[in-house]
Design a protein around this ligand. Structure first.
Ligand code: NAP
Length: 522
């Protein structure tokens, strides 16, 4: 009943399951990813410092996107579990809030050290449930860890103000205080980084947390919480519940309607973000919404074409194109369009599709069948409306990429604004090339979307760089660079990509509220 999958040291011992056969509770313990710390594989909720099953003992399967094989079961939690988590977080709030900032910082620093120490285990877990190649998982673990370290350092710097005396004998102070219990809801595409960059500032600020990771990728988040427990985060300060997609709305709704939850920090689709914003209106919660992107990547005729090709490849194909900041629309100015297209096609032909278990894989599987169907729909629609398919366009299945969710790196030319891929994130390894003639036209086209998360452009003329950077409607602008995310800079969008910023010195204030204290002379 066990299967061995030994490659790249990623050894799995799992019960062999076909179709939708259910595991029994005990078989969950058979999961072994040859991790140095087997106890990082957690398959229970963590509430009030206890690992426990969902109240109704329901559970759901976690699948490996490389094969479609189910390999673990985690709790399928309900509103009652969410409520228990809120009770725990509420009870833990006062003591945590009044824990000196230095002590909170010390716990976060220990957590950071543990994440780094166990980064290989975390990367293996992540690749197993999410599918991304191991180098990407390793990089994501360190990227997520960097937010924990950063906010450990920021915890001791949440300064307020002393206002110069305006009326004799009257002292005026401004203090920042933690908002209270925070609900954290995260997507599957960056299973560690997305949750780390919410938990770290929330805990640093003195908030307590109830969290729900995505259905597809609960194990990395649970492992991260295990390390937080080991670092000494007190019971009730950090609580996490998992659920299937079907159960998520009811579970999250319990937090949305609960007046004790004072803040929702959400990363995910714009559609769900809007639902949460509407629901939060009744209790007027503070919100951070990191939502969908539809990033333009504009290559002007004065660009270094080779650098632009490389920048696009780095930016577009990370995580198989399943990244909120990855270019979705690529605009190339007339004079360099054809040479750019040829060089990009040549570069894309070198990309290797395969599972995380192979060192040479660069494009892993997409997350699930829904994701592949969306990519197929976009490609089919584009071709039916006149796009030229220059590369790819179909699923890949062979001896190496031997699973249902692999999609070939795809290049489309003659893309136009009436195509689905113009208006929505494709979230797959598809590059559509749009042509434009003038600088003004390129900027107009880039901004022609309701989204505004990341944008990129390549140019060398200084005047153009300064004009275009100012005109792009996006929270993040990359100029002559394809990878921009870092804990030291503010990450977030404008327009329907949401509001709030993660990282940077501003990130912690998302979890704090301002109090003005006026002290008269008695
Ligand atoms: P999603 O469907 O919106 O899901 C995100 C989270 O919300 C998951 O935990 C999901 O749980 C939960 N959820 C889904 N429906 C819900 C509902 N009706 N009520 C309450 N919670 C609900 O997004 P996704 O498909 O996981 O992630 C991809 C999207 O995230 C893309 O649009 C991408 O651009 C965006 N994203 C944005 C950023 C950013 O920083 N701006 C970063 C990464 C990703 P289940 O998994 O159980 O459904």
């Amino acid at each position: 009943m066990t299967r061995l999958n030994a490659k790249d040291g990623l050894v799995l011992t799992v019960p062999v399951v076909t179709g939708h056969q259910d595991f029994t509770g005990d078989t969950m313990t058979l999961i072994s990813l040859a991790l140095q710390r087997a106890d990082l594989v957690r398959t229970q909720n963590f509430i009030a410092g206890q690992w426990r099953d969902a109240g109704l003992s329901a559970s759901y399967n976690v699948s490996d996107p490389a094969t479609g094989e189910q390999f673990a079961r985690v709790p399928d939690s309900t509103a009652a579990d969410a409520h228990d988590a809120t009770d725990a977080a509420q009870n833990a709030f006062e003591p945590w809030r009044f824990t000196p900032a230095r002590e909170r910082a010390a716990i976060l620093k220990r957590w950071h050290a543990l994440i780094v120490e166990h980064s290989e285990d975390l990367a293996r877990l992540m690749s197993r449930e999410q599918g991304k190649p191991m180098p990407e998982s390793r990089a994501e673990v360190l990227y997520g860890a960097a937010y924990v370290e950063w906010f450990a350092e920021e915890a001791v710097r949440t300064y307020g103000d002393i206002i110069p005396e305006q009326v004799r004998g009257r002292k005026m102070m401004v203090v920042l205080e933690p908002v209270g219990v925070v609900a954290v809801i995260t997507p599957w595409n960056f299973p560690l980084a997305m949750i780390a960059r919410k938990l770290a500032p929330a805990l640093a600020a003195g908030c307590t947390v109830v969290a729900k990771p995505a259905e597809d990728t609960p194990l990395t988040a649970l492992a991260l919480v295990r390390l937080a427990e080991n670092a000494g985060v007190p019971a009730g300060v950090l609580n996490i519940v998992t659920s299937s997609r079907a159960a998520a709305p009811a579970l999250v709704n319990d937090w949305i309607i609960d007046p004790r939850v004072r803040k929702v920090s959400f990363t995910g689709s714009t559609e769900v973000g809007k639902l949460l914003a509407r629901g939060s209106a009744d209790t007027l919660k503070k919100l951070s919404l990191e939502l969908g992107g539809n990033a333009p990547f504009v290559v002007f005729d004065d660009a270094d074409v080779d650098a632009a090709v490389e920048g696009l490849v780095i930016s577009k194909f990370r995580n198989s194109g399943q990244t909120c900041v990855c270019p979705n629309r690529v605009y190339v100015q007339d004079a360099i369009h054809d040479v750019f297209s040829e060089k990009l096609a040549a570069r894309m032909k070198t990309m290797r599709v395969g599972p995380a278990t192979r060192d040479e894989s660069q494009i892993g599987p997409l997350i699930n069948e829904r994701a592949v169907e969306k990519v197929e729909r976009h490609v089919k629609d584009a071709v039916s409306k006149g796009a030229a398919l220059l590369l790819g366009g179909t699923r890949v299945r062979n001896d190496v990429a031997n699973g249902p969710f692999y999609f070939a790196p795809t290049l489309l030319a003659n893309a136009t604004a009436d195509m689905m891929l113009f208006g929505e994130e494709t979230f797959g390894p598809v590059v559509p090339l749009f042509r434009f003639a003038t600088e003004a036209e390129g900027v107009r086209a880039a901004n022609d979307t309701q989204f505004g998360l990341a944008s990129y452009f390549y140019a060398r003329d200084v005047g153009r760089i300064s004009r275009v950077a100012e005109l792009l409607q996006a929270g993040i602008v990359g100029i002559n660079v394809g990878a921009v995310s870092t804990e030291v800079a503010p990450f977030g969008g404008v327009k329907e990509s949401g509001y709030g910023r993660e990282g940077s010195r501003r990130g912690i204030e998302e979890y704090m509220q301002t109090k003005y204290v006026c002290l008269g002379s008695s």
